[in-house]
Design a protein around this ligand. Structure first.
Ligand SMILES: [Zn+2]
Length: 760
């Protein structure tokens, strides 16, 4: 059937590859059509649950289960103040009598799933099961010999031999990668979900749909046949990728001669299967009244588009640095909030070194033994909350064994604060002055083996500059953009958002014409949703007043920006001023009516490389285009004047609107403004100041208290302030009203404080 569709397209005389890709895109990979929600209503308790993770890849579950005691586990959860447990009835093996998943040979007549479910019920804690979906497991050759039915689960190379071991920095035994695209495994996992649902649980979590970095391309008979049916292609075209560790996690690490046409088709096929599987899992779960969660939002170009909309929430992979944790958390919050779903984020780590290790320790390193909880846990928990996620304590295994000091106080404190702020924090939303928008199309550059810096670099760099500049911001993905949502936005920043669709450009144009302010940098709008370069200067050309002419030119380290005229977007810089610039520029043509505010200038050769900053007006709105990425540089050098310039450009685009909050404190003290459901402004202050030699891993960071932080929070029009309250310090502080702000002094902040401006 599908094959015939393909043949029909070709016969219609469309160009072969283009037509095929359009067809495949429409079916899965490139599809932007919303995944239809079902009628399930997400239970209210999930929205604000205090979750604890108990790992099943390590003791007391593996390598032996004799010490496993569900009562002791649940006591740990209760002691922490948690009310939701994530645990693993399947890990390397099944720890319940599964009929389909390899059962742990020590299990005997036990059923850990039932044991935990019973204890959860007894102490009033909800639970959901971690389940690998494509995760490598312990199918050793000996095990498969004893249990031959699992032979079909193994990832096969082009010669039909099992291939691909998986091991994470040596912290676990090398595992067998699985044939995730084959019928045998896919049907078995559906059955696992049914088996889990027969127990007294609240839901299932899937690790990790989509990226296929844990599995790979499988060349078994079943996969070859099904891929051919889907694409009309022979899977052997991808034989290059059927060895070693399989597919890379990063598409810019693809082998040089990979057959991209076949690879694009493979991802389309694999994602189509993922979509079918996830929808099937969801149906089984929702029909049983249970929730579905999964790992990450899969904001990776090769993943299933809009995957994050299928489950009831997902866990945002956390980052080491606080600013980065905030960016990913904000992104997760924005992907889930309007769908009334949740984003969770780890507080603590399942790996002591995450992922560094003592230099002499290879191949073994302590897994799952976060020995002493301290300041780090507080910062991680508060940061997760500040960006609208819920913390997930990882892991309870250490507490279960009372390893080290057994400290649980930091996690307990985070959960306690969570309860304290519930009425102003649950269902609160960011209050952005500028919204940074990563675009899904930018992620599609992999299709041409290109690399977009949109997420890893520029969204982070811009976010960091806004944090440092005390500009309230949010991160919001293009896939959630609607006309209605745009009406609530003041400034939108597209930072190296290389891929823009025509319809996105049209929506943004209408919004600017009605008074919006658009900031765009570097290669924003250079490519379409298939990673191909727009040929007509890009769909933003008339909006920005700039036609893009091609790929960025090579870097010239002596390049700076030289200001050509005084302009409010440039703050105090006047003609002739030289500021840090991007050493890469795009060839562009500035269109009539747009103004060149600065040019790229090589200090060494004295050559003008082209316009660098271009301002344009459109209807009631304004735009600024920077022909490079100042924010990318800011991420690495934190040059003060660069941060200031980014801030003044954003303020100009906002028509000089006052900032919603001000903060007088040393660098590293971050403000995150949220609006409580009842409209009260709530400023989360994170004092990321202290021991920062963290590059080697989890380094037990300690934070130094900062004293006398002056905060000024904008008072909503026509409202009165009743009181200003510090939630963590649990006290009212004096404030004065000054120019539309409630101004108050916080005597001291250690790690975090929540400033609640209670309106009358
Ligand atoms: Zn296979």
């Amino acid at each position: 059937m599908r094959r015939r569709t393909f043949v029909k397209y070709s016969a219609a005389g469309l160009t072969g590859l283009g037509a095929l890709l359009a067809e495949l895109s429409a079916r899965g990979q490139g599809s932007q059509e919303p995944l239809t929600p079902d009628n399930f209503s997400v239970p209210e308790w999930l929205e604000y649950a205090r979750a604890v993770y108990f790992d099943g890849y390590s003791p007391p579950v593996y390598p032996h289960i004799d010490e496993f005691d569900a009562g002791r586990l649940l006591q740990t959860v209760v002691d922490l103040g948690g009310n939701l447990l994530r645990y693993q009835p399947i890990g390397y093996f099944a720890y319940y009598p599964s009929k389909v998943f390899p059962v742990f040979e020590e299990l005997g007549s036990r059923n850990l799933l039932a044991e935990v479910a019973r204890e959860c019920r007894r102490v009033g804690v909800r639970s959901y099961c971690y389940t690998g979906y494509g995760a490598a497991i312990m199918l050793t050759p000996e095990y498969v010999q004893r249990n031959p039915k699992y032979s079909e689960w193994l990832l096969r190379d082009p010669n039909g031999k099992p291939y691909g071991k998986y091991g994470h920095n040596g912290w676990m035994t090398p595992l067998a990668r699985l044939c995730v695209t084959g019928d045998a495994y896919r049907l078995a996992i559906r059955e696992v979900v049914r088996e889990l649902c027969q127990h007294d649980i609240d839901g299932v979590y899937f690790d990790a749909p989509s990226p296929f970095g844990y599995s790979g391309i499988c060349f078994c008979e079943n996969c070859r046949t099904n891929f051919k049916k889907f694409s009309g292609m022979d899977l052997a075209r991808l034989a290059d990728l059927g060895k070693g560790a399989g597919l890379p996690f990063e598409w810019d690490q693809l082998p040089e001669h990979v057959d991209m046409q076949a690879l694009i088709a493979w991802y389309a096929w694999a994602n189509d299967l993922t979509k079918q599987d996830m929808l099937a899992f969801r149906k089984i779960l929702h029909d049983s009244g249970k929730i579905m969660l999964c790992h990450d939002g899969a904001w990776v170009g090769t993943s299933l588009p809009l995957e994050y909309r299928i489950p009831d929430g997902f866990m945002v992979e956390s980052s080491r640095e606080v600013y980065d944790r905030l960016m990913t958390g904000m992104m997760g919050g924005s992907m889930t909030r309007q769908h009334k779903k949740i984003a969770q984020m780890y507080m603590g780590s399942y790996d002591v070194a995450w992922f560094g290790e003592p230099p002499h320790e290879r191949p073994d390193v302590v897994h799952n033994a976060n020995l002493e909880d301290g300041d780090e846990i507080l910062m991680e928990g508060f940061a997760a909350l500040a960006c609208g996620n819920t913390p997930l304590y990882a892991t309870a295994n250490r507490l279960y064994f009372h390893v080290g000091s057994g400290s649980a106080e930091p996690a307990r404190e985070v959960f306690a604060l969570m309860r304290q702020v519930e009425n102003i924090h649950k269902r609160s939303a960011g209050a952005p002055y500028v919204t940074i928008m990563p675009t899904w199309s930018s992620q599609q550059l992999w299709r041409t083996k290109g690399k977009s810096w949109n997420w890893p670099m520029m969204s982070q760099g811009m976010g960091l500059a806004m944090l440092d500049g005390r500009v309230s911001f949010d991160i919001y993905p293009s896939t959630e953009m609607t006309e209605e949502w745009l009406k609530s936005q003041t400034v939108i920043a597209l930072c190296g958002a290389s891929g823009i669709t025509k319809s996105e450009a049209e929506m943004l144009t209408r919004w600017v014409e009605n008074g919006g302010g658009l900031f765009a940098t570097y290669d924003t709008g250079l490519y379409n949703e298939r990673g191909e370069m727009w040929e007509d200067g890009g769909p933003l050309r008339n909006l920005l007043g700039v036609a893009l002419k091609g790929e960025p030119l090579r870097s010239e380290p002596e390049s700076f920006y030289r200001i050509r005229e005084s302009h409010p977007a440039l703050g105090s810089y006047g003609p002739g001023s030289i500021v840090e610039g991007d050493t890469r520029v795009l060839p562009i043509e500035v269109l009539k009516g747009a103004r060149v505010l600065a040019e790229a200038w090589n200090l060494g050769t004295k050559e003008v490389r082209g316009p660098a900053i271009v301002a344009n007006n459109r209807g009631k709105g304004r735009t600024i285009f920077v022909n490079g990425s100042l924010e990318a540089h800011y991420l690495y050098d934190r040059v003060k004047s660069t941060g200031r310039l980014l801030k003044t450009m954003v303020e100009y685009l906002a028509g000089g609107a006052p900032q919603p909050y001000r903060l007088t404190a040393p660098m590293g003290v971050y403000g995150l403004l949220r609006s409580a459901p009842q409209g009260d402004p709530v400023l989360w202050v994170l004092a990321n100041t202290g021991f920062k030699d963290a590059a080697a891993g989890r380094m037990r960071q300690q934070y130094i208290p900062v004293s006398n932080i002056e905060v000024a929070v904008g008072i909503p029009d026509g409202r009165q302030v009743k009181e200003v309250r510090l939630i963590r310090a649990n006290k009212r502080i004096p404030f004065k009203e000054d120019g539309g702000y409630a101004v108050a002094m916080i005597p001291a902040v250690h790690i975090a404080e929540v400033v609640h401006v209670a309106l009358a």
